[in-house]
Design a binder for this molecule. Structure first.
Ligand SMILES: O=C(O)CCC(=O)C(=O)O
Length: 224
């Protein structure tokens, strides 16, 4: 990774156009199994969480637009995931193992991209990919690290909460922590959280949408 272009965030960013953000407060979940709870001392360096990044009205408008998209089941090396997705800006083709251009980012996503960028202390245009995901009842996302072609990653949750799990290998055990990601909240994966830890979303009990904003690891790839 070119860290001059995509450096890890080192401090909790602040939003500029909203009232002062509530202090960063990891929500360690009481229902975690004992082993995970013991390991859940702190969230990884480079992970940031912000409640109420967007308003309820903004959330409702985003859900209405996302529900209209031609969402398709997630395709992964010939397997079909049970969440449905649509990519803007760029998409990752798992067959070709490459980042490919996708539809232009639509107007309706610009305000939330601005809010995410303000939270991350970056420019909106740096978040070149936006992935809209729909998790119907029973949908989940397994353990993974985002592809190395992407840089800093941010997620906005809509409609329902979810449990975002994080883990990393430490010797012969897994260090684990979980964060409840509430509707209208945002999280950032940068630095260690992005590159050393895997993350997953626990199977959903109720319909949830998310928007995943990704920088490219090499922002110069298309002349920017
Ligand atoms: O829904 C989320 O917040 C997680 C999305 C995610 O991990 C991904 O698209 O790679």
């Amino acid at each position: 990774m070119d860290t001059t272009i995509n450096p890890p965030l080192t401090k909790a960013p602040r939003m500029s156009s909203k009232p002062a953000a509530a202090p960063f407060q990891p929500l360690l979940l009481p229902e975690l199994p004992g082993r995970a709870r013991r390991n859940a001392a702190a969230l990884p360096t480079g992970f940031f969480y912000q409640r109420d990044l967007i308003s309820a009205e903004e959330e409702a408008a985003l859900i209405a637009e996302i529900a209209k998209l031609p969402l398709k089941n997630f395709q992964f090396h010939g397997y079909e995931g049970n969440r449905r997705v649509f990519s803007f800006g760029y998409r990752y083709d798992y067959t070709r193992r490459a980042v490919e251009p996708a539809d232009a980012v639509p107007e309706f996503l610009e305000p939330v991209r601005e809010q995410v960028a303000a939270f991350a202390g970056r420019e909106a245009g740096e978040f070149r990919q936006i992935l809209a995901s729909e998790y119907a009842h029973g949908a989940a996302i397994g353990w993974h690290r985002d592809k190395p072609e992407f840089g800093i990653v941010a997620g906005v949750s809509l409609a329902a909460p979810a449990v975002l799990r994080l883990r990393r290998r430490v010797g012969d055990r897994w260090e684990r922590v979980s964060q409840l990601v509430e509707p209208r909240s945002a999280y950032i994966l940068s630095g260690e959280a992005r590159h050393d830890w895997e993350h997953s979303i626990v199977e959903q009990a109720v319909l949830r949408y998310s928007l995943t904003f990704r920088m490219l690891a090499n922002q110069h790839r298309d002349g920017a």
